[in-house]
Design a protein. Sequence first.
Length: 128
Amino acid sequence: MPIFFWKKNRLIDEFAQHLADELYSNIQPAVAATFFDDQAALIDNKTRKKDQQLHQKVIRSLNSVILQIQHFRELHSLGIYGKARLHMTFTERLKELGYSANIAANALRFFRQISKLQIIPSLTQLSS
């Protein structure tokens, strides 16, 4: 492990902010809140179909974020401090963009999943 691990801080910060901005462009905070809180009322078939399409869009966007994080971690071999900095910068940027603290906390859960498993979580794990 290199002793000067903080030299990657600028790179990590730029990547995390870019990733949060990209997530924001694909999933607005209100849509993310509906997805994570699961309080969308399914009234009729039109609403149900629209909610399913929205659900799939959120899952695709989250999978894209997870893949990009995995690739970045493999490419730059982040240590413990780098992983923590990536997470903190990402969640701070999400909060700046208007996402709730609950959604930012769920980002931590996704980071932990990919840190432990080193694979992409299944769709059922993402939606629970």
